[in-house]
Design a protein around this ligand. Structure first.
Ligand code: ADP
Ligand code: MG
Ligand code: MG
Length: 244
């Protein structure tokens, strides 16, 4: 069965249509990339797939493991194993990175997360991401650089271990070394059961990853789906060359 299947999805915000009939199928084990010009609807698609209440689904369906989740709330989708990278939007005073992630994992799994084993897991994952151990004890987002915020998204993903991870421009604003680290951690994270949908402009994040499908989105539709070879073409001839 498909992990995620989106059928003829139409969605709007404040009465304005943004998604105009999106079809995508993602199977366990696959890496999908979603590209397209600014304003194409990529982030909207990610948000609608996660059940963001700001958007209205006007037509079509979203299935996760063959169950129709089109009307389901975000937290229920998360418990199914769906994850959208989110930048914890603001500084939350008094909450450390460790506390934040442990609370998120408890909410996500519905289980009590014991401090010491969690701390050990967190340390190991932070080390993989090249994050200093002191980071865990820092207050969330207080004085974080752009790169630290982005790595925090990947850290969330690897701690929550979702079946489907959607990463919305997790690479933007990162230096070359940080993009490489993230690319490598994604490849490590991937296995036969899970899948990743990466929304990106920067194909460098794909360098250590083996990509199965690339979808090009424009004006609220997937206008083209291709294998990874299209990435070279985009790098060589620019994005416009694959739009027509
Ligand atoms: P992309 O991620 O491909 O750059 P978005 O999905 O962010 O595109 O945006 C697609 C269009 O939908 C844009 O015109 C954007 O302004 C509009 N849009 C998206 N979300 C909202 C929202 N919450 N409120 C109003 N307009 C929105
Ligand atoms: Mg954008
Ligand atoms: Mg976007």
């Amino acid at each position: 069965k498909n992990l995620l299947s989106i059928k003829d999805l139409h969605a709007s915000v404040n009465g304005q249509p943004i998604l105009n009939g999106v079809d995508i199928a993602i199977n366990p084990g696959e890496v999908h990339v979603l590209m397209g010009p600014n304003g194409a609807g990529k982030s909207t698609l990610a948000n609608v797939v996660m059940g963001d209440p700001r958007y209205r689904v006007d037509k079509g369906n979203i299935f996760f493991e063959d169950e129709d989740i089109t009307e389901e709330k975000t937290d229920a989708r998360a418990r199914r194993g769906m994850f959208l990278s989110f930048q914890a939007p603001e500084e939350i005073s008094g909450i450390t990175v460790e506390n934040f992630l442990r609370t998120a994992k408890a909410a996500y799994t519905g289980e009590e997360i014991k401090l010491l084993p969690f701390r050990k897991e967190l340390r190991a994952k932070m080390e993989e991401l090249g994050m200093d151990a002191s980071y865990a004890a820092r207050y969330l987002n207080v004085g974080f650089s752009g790169g630290e915020k982005k790595k925090n998204e990947i850290l969330q993903m690897s701690i929550l271990n979702p079946k489907l991870a959607i990463l919305d421009e997790t690479d933007s604003g990162l230096d070359i070394d940080a993009v490489k680290t993230i690319s490598e951690s994604l490849q490590r994270y991937k296995n036969k059961e899970n899948a990743v949908l990466i929304i990106t402009h920067i194909t460098r994040i794909l360098q250590s990853l083996s990509v199965d499908y690339v979808h090009i989105m424009a004006e609220g539709r997937i206008i083209r789906t291709s294998d990874a070879s299209i990435i070279d073409k985009i790098n060589r001839d620019g994005f416009a060359s694959v739009l027509g």
